[in-house]
Structures are given as structure tokens and as C-alpha cells.
Design a protein around this ligand. Structure first.
Ligand code: IYR
Length: 220
């Protein structure tokens, strides 16, 4: 497929404006936290839809957009997902995870109980498409993990922008999601993301983020 090229209109700022914007955005993103305690307060479907459409603006290999976002509000399906996830997590926490791993998780107070899977008003399950099916024919996707990881990142920033909170949850193994949501063979679950308002008096672990000197190496 060939596509035409069209002019690109860049948004330009003065250097002062640029500094202000980037500092403001960093300060804003620094406020984002993963939450495990949700309120059951409803969130409008139209908000979820725009959040997902924002995620779908992410770059992807050959612009294949190799993702499907399942947005679940149905209590019966949420309950089925919770039950299946807790079964897997119970096995994880009782033998499948190493002592080192369990030790690393102590700071987060996690265990096999996942009540947020029923309490949060929406569960967004991100599926990656290993390949596409076009009229029953397989068509290749590229850099699928990178692409879907980027889209999930965009999703989290859009959720934060809405003043909502999320958890990037990875029950493992998570092929039960493919079954419960009746997804085709080419779609594999990537992340399970409960979205909603935080519970009243929700708490988060007292974490700090690595300083610039630990994460950036300049070559000038
Ligand atoms: N998936 C498990 C365990 C878990 C693993 C990591 I790495 C975390 O950062 C948090 C939890 C669970 O959800 O409990």
C-alpha cells in the first residue's frame, strides 16, 4: 500500500514557553500513581472511549495499530475475571513466585486477593494482535510488544489527564482473558487495567523515583 504525504503543521513554542510546558508536564506526570483501592463510582463510557482513542494515537510498527482494548463494565464479566485471576494469583503467591520476588513485593502489600477487579467501574483489557486477520488471511504485524506497550503508556497518561486512576495489573498466566472475553486466536492479553476514581482514603506505597543521574547518561 502506498500512502500520500501531506504537510505537517508543527506546534512551535518559544524556549521560555517550552521550559514552562515541559516542567509543568513533568510535575503533573510525577503525580501519577498506581492505585489498588478503587471507588465503585461510575465513570461515563464516553470518557473511557476517548481515553482509549488517545491510546490508539501511539506509534506502531508499520502503523498496524496491533491492539484491541476490551472495556468491561458488566458486573457478571468482572466477577468472572476476578475469580479466574485470583485462582492464578493464589498459585503464584503459594509457590509459583520465587522468594526474591515475594520479598520485592512486600513494600506493595499485594497478595492473591484482587477485589479491585469487581469494584473498579471499568476494566480495560489490552490485547496485542500477534498478526491481523484480513478477510481470513494472515497479515503480519511488527514490533508488537513495543507498539502495544507504547499504547498502554498513552492510555495511562490519558487516564491521569481525566483525574482518574489505574493499576497496570498482570495476572499470570492470563490466557483466561482470551476465553472469558471470547477474543480470536490472533489476540493475546497484554495488560489488565482497572480504571476509576480512587477509594476515599486510598493509600499508596511511599515510593520515590530514581533521580536523573541514575537513569540518564549524556553523550555530548
Ligand atoms: N501479578 C501479581 C504479582 C505482582 C507482580 C509485580 I512485578 C508487581 O509489581 C505487583 C504484583 C499480582 O498482581 O499480585
Amino acid at each position: 500500500m502506498t500512502s500520500a504525504f501531506i504537510p505537517f503543521q508543527a506546534q512551535q513554542y518559544s524556549e521560555d514557553e517550552m521550559r514552562q510546558r515541559v516542567s509543568d508536564y513533568y510535575a503533573y506526570m510525577e503525580q501519577r500513581r498506581s492505585l489498588r483501592e478503587f471507588s465503585d463510582r461510575p465513570v461515563p463510557k464516553s470518557v473511557i472511549e476517548e481515553i482509549i482513542m488517545t491510546a490508539s494515537t501511539a506509534p506502531s510498527g508499520a502503523h498496524k495499530q496491533p491492539w484491541t482494548f476490551c472495556a468491561v463494565a458488566d458486573p457478571a464479566i468482572k466477577s468472572e475475571i476476578r475469580k479466574a485471576a485470583e485462582e492464578e494469583e493464589y498459585t503464584n503467591y503459594h509457590g509459583r513466585m520465587s522468594d526474591e520476588w515475594l520479598d520485592d513485593l512486600k513494600a506493595f502489600g499485594t497478595d492473591w486477593n484482587k477485589p479491585f477487579l469487581e469494584i473498579a467501574p471499568w476494566l480495560i483489557i489490552v490485547f496485542k494482535k500477534a498478526y491481523d486477520l484480513v478477510d481470513g488471511e494472515k497479515s503480519k504485524n511488527y514490533y508488537v510488544n513495543e507498539s502495544v506497550g507504547l499504547a498502554a503508556g498513552f492510555l495511562l497518561t490519558a487516564i491521569h489527564q481525566a483525574g482518574l486512576v489505574a493499576l497496570t495489573h498482570t495476572p499470570s498466566p492470563m490466557n483466561f482473558l482470551q476465553k472469558i472475553l471470547n477474543r480470536p486466536e490472533n489476540e493475546r492479553p497484554f495488560l489488565l487495567i482497572p480504571v476509576g476514581y480512587p477509594a476515599e482514603e486510598a493509600t499508596v506505597p511511599d515510593l520515590t523515583r530514581k533521580p536523573a543521574s541514575d537513569i540518564i547518561k549524556y553523550y555530548e
